[in-house]
Design a protein around this ligand. Structure first.
Ligand code: NAD
Ligand code: UDP
Ligand code: UDP
Length: 321
């Protein structure tokens, strides 16, 4: 649906060459906006935005958001940050810098432009939660010095910065706490459970279950998540969040693995590997706030979403590696 020219906005998406960012850009272009994608291509790839190469309303800028950025835009979605454990633990100092310095720069930009800014925060701010399911009022249980801390604490500090810029400079902010999201354009080697298990199942490699596989996650299909992000961005100014966006349907890793094996007709065997340090035992969003304030809730079932994701991996998966 194309908007009238007057309502066309110039929108900055940081991390736009990544999994979520590239889907967000597609959707915003469909709505008739102009898009500026800023990405340093650390975990993202030009392949995710190749199809936009000649799009008249799309522009790509290779830039690291830990450095200042002077551009003119009407709205900012701040998604830049490695998101999977192996990616964010590869260079943990850079991960924290991306969350913290990156947030300061993007908030400084929004302050100068007096424009609305949305932060892609994460369910990881709840750590290994002692409250289940997690609602926004829960403060979390995060190890400040462990291997996941660069991501968790970086994202927590970014939230702090967003709310301080809001209170101190009256900035128009939105904070989304995103729970595990999957779908086409996930990186096949990001080590996340959905991408790992689909890759292993399609290749006939052993299915790696960390721990006993009884830990749970709640998986949201990317299209649903993008709907939620845009609805939050377009919500009333007084809605700042934080607001949980995720799918409350909770599955054990074993249940997920079984589904993937059946859907791929795979003969892969199972192998149990040690549970990583600080791996949360349960995670499920309470999305009452998103339902109430945004009228949003996911609509795509795990079976349907996995089917689309498996189809994508079949076309993009390198034979090995
Ligand atoms: P992704 O790795 O596919 O995308 C992140 C993008 O940010 C990549 O394109 C990467 O190159 C870019 N980037 C990283 N550091 C940068 C920097 N310093 N400067 C500029 N660009 C940089 O990950 P994703 O799954 O699309 O995640 C997007 C955002 O959503 C992240 O902020 C992540 O923390 C958040 N999030 C994702 C999930 C999920 O399940 N996918 C869950 C919670 C939160
Ligand atoms: N900044 C930016 N683009 C802008 C404006 C600011 O990247 O258009 C960065 C700049 O590097 C600054 C940071 O955002 O350090 C924070 O800006 P703010 O105005 O809050 O603080 P100050 O400039 O006073 O440090
Ligand atoms: N996991 C697993 N096998 C894998 C990859 C992950 O059993 O090959 C587990 C992991 O230990 C965690 C869950 O699946 O309990 C989700 O892991 P992921 O890295 O996808 O997300 P996060 O832990 O950040 O929620």
């Amino acid at each position: 649906m194309t908007r009238l020219h007057e309502s066309r906005k110039r929108i900055l998406v940081t991390g736009g060459a990544g999994f979520l960012g590239s889907h967000l850009i597609d959707r915003l272009l469909d709505q008739g906006h102009e898009l500026l994608c800023v990405d340093n291509l650390f975990t993202g790839t030009k392949r995710n935005i190749d199809h936009l190469h000649n799009h008249p309303r799309f522009e790509f800028m290779r830039h690291d958001i830990t450095l200042p950025l002077y551009v003119e835009v009407d709205e900012i979605y701040n998604l830049a940050c490695p998101a999977s454990p192996i990616h964010y633990q590869y260079d943990p100092v850079q991960t924290t810098k991306t969350s913290v310095h990156g947030a300061i720069n993007m908030l400084g930009l929004a302050k100068r432009l007096k424009c609305r800014i949305l932060q892609a925060s994460t369910s990881e701010v709840y750590g290994d939660p002692s409250v289940h399911p997690q609602s926004e009022s829960y403060w979390g249980n995060v190890n400040p010095i462990g291997p996941r801390s660069c991501y968790d604490e970086g994202k927590r500090c970014a939230e702090t910065l967003f709310f301080d810029y809001h209170r101190q400079h009256a900035l128009d902010i939105k904070v989304a706490r995103i729970f595990n999201t999957y779908g086409p354009r996930m990186h096949h080697a990001d080590g996340r459970v959905v991408s790992n298990l689909i890759t292993q199942a399609l290749r006939g490699d052993p299915i790696t279950i960390y721990g006993n596989g009884e830990q749970t996650r709640s998986f949201c299909y990317v299209d649903d998540l993008i709907d939620g992000l845009i609805q939050l961005m377009e919500s009333d100014r007084k809605v700042t969040g934080p607001i949980n966006l995720g799918n409350p349907a909770e599955f054990t890793v074993r249940e997920l693995a079984n589904k993937i094996l059946v859907m791929t007709n795979s003969t892969s065997e199972w192998v149990e590997l040690p549970l990583p340090q600080d791996d949360p035992k349960r995670r499920r969003p309470n999305i009452e706030k998103a339902q109430e304030v945004l009228g949003w809730q996911p609509t795509v079932s795990l079976d349907e979403g996995l089917g689309k994701t498996i189809d994508f991996f079949k076309t993009r998966l390198p034979k090995t590696g």
